[in-house]
Design a protein around this ligand. Structure first.
Ligand SMILES: [Zn+2]
Length: 396
């Protein structure tokens, strides 16, 4: 029997045509679209990863700035004005303001949309956020460098102070070595050095060496120091020291001469009083030690004597009225300048003779030397050092 094949051929051709069209649609439209979405999704993942890295870098820079700020505050609390060569470094550090802002918080990324163009819009937004975070990390790092620089300037200033403050000469070798080592550690601290710890160690080493020195000097002193008397005048200056056991108050002749001077001044309506008289070795040690701690040794030495070198320990010296340079131009200060010699006193540290006496002008500091010598010194304009041809310079 004969079968009509065409009856089957027509529907089969239709099915094939549909399949071909479907295949063409898949190959020409859906596959490229899917590939574009995949590529865009990969770009988004990379962008998010880069932004996460930028968030971490900004947070790290912010933490470093906050740590530098904490270190600056701690430095200010351990460094006094007397312990720096240049106090303006402390002022600069105190003026530093740390502005770290809030922690960086990235914006949420929405679930990937269906088409590549929409995904790329998100990629662009994440990229802009990354650039802003990177910029913030750079400015935080710059701020951190500025704060750290101000801290390092303070440490350099403490180092300069230390270089200007000789190792206490009678400190035992181990204390002296510890001081020298602590001082040199301040010279060029490593980038990650704990500056507060370095400065604290230095201050401790200095205090320890100074205390050991004082202890050692006392035994040296008892064995070897004798008062220096030239032509009947007891000398106490930076070159000549007197024993730590010397003195027990103002001498009777000093007190009598002051009473006479005070009475004559009072008759003229001037008020003279002793604001600081005799000082023992121990009290001078405390006063001088306090000046060294607050001002540094170089500054303290211009106006305060080291223990054993103070005229106040002689019992022949006192400070009048207000212990200020301004006293020199008060009616009392001017009268004392012109009349004290008639009672046996001299203004021991006159202006213009700082390099010779070793002290700044002290219009309030009077020394009893007796009427003949006082008159001669006032007449000639000579200091005690010039008159006797002696120096006033520490040998240690
Ligand atoms: Zn004095």
């Amino acid at each position: 029997m004969q079968v009509d094949r065409r009856r089957f051929l027509i529907p089969i051709a239709g099915i094939i045509a549909v399949l071909v069209v479907a295949a063409v649609v898949v190959v020409a439209v859906i596959v490229p679209q899917r590939a574009a979405v995949d590529a865009a999704t990969a770009r988004l993942e990379a962008a998010v990863e880069a932004r996460d890295a930028a968030v971490a870098a900004a947070e790290e820079a912010r933490a470093a700035l906050l740590a530098a700020g904490d270190e600056a505050s701690a430095l200010l609390s351990v460094v006094g004005r007397g312990a720096v060569a240049d106090p303006s470094t402390l002022d600069a550090l105190a003026a530093v303001t740390v502005d770290a802002g809030d922690p960086p918080v990235p914006n949420a990324v929405p679930p990937a949309p269906g088409d590549a163009a929409a995904i790329d819009a998100v990629v662009e937004r994440v990229g802009a956020e990354t650039a802003a975070l990177e910029e913030r990390a750079v400015s935080l790092a710059a701020e951190r460098d500025a704060v750290a620089g101000a801290s390092l300037a303070v440490v350099a200033s403490v180092h300069a102070w230390g270089l200007n403050t000789p190792t206490p000469p009678h400190a035992p070798a181990d204390a002296a070595e510890a001081y020298t080592a602590a001082l040199s550690a301040l010279a060029e601290p490593a980038a990650d050095a704990d500056l507060v710890a370095l400065v604290t160690a230095f201050r401790t080493a200095f205090t320890t060496a100074l205390a050991a020195h004082e202890l050692a000097s006392r035994s040296v002193d008892a064995a070897s120091v004798q008062p220096t008397i030239i032509n009947g005048t007891l000398i106490a200056n930076k070159t000549f020291r007197i024993p730590s056991s010397y003195g027990a108050g103002l001498t009777p002749e000093t007190e009598a001469a002051f009473a006479a001077m005070q009475a004559e001044a009072a008759s003229l309506g001037l008020d003279l009083y002793i604001s600081s008289g005799f000082r023992s070795y121990g009290s001078q040690e405390a006063i001088y030690g306090n000046y060294v701690a607050t001002q540094g040794q170089a500054e303290a030495d211009t106006h305060s004597a080291r223990p054993g070198h103070s005229e106040h320990q002689t019992g022949l010296t006192f400070d009048l009225n207000s212990i200020t340079e301004a006293f020199g131009s008060t009616p009392e200060g001017l009268w004392v300048r012109d009349n004290a010699h008639r009672f046996g006193f001299i203004v021991r540290y006159p202006p213009g003779k700082e390099a010779i006496t070793g002290y700044i002008w002290e219009p309030w500091h009077l020394r009893y030397v007796g009427v003949p010598l006082a008159t001669e010194l006032v007449t000639t304009g000579l200091t005690v050092e010039e008159y006797f041809g002696i120096t006033s310079v520490y040998s240690y």
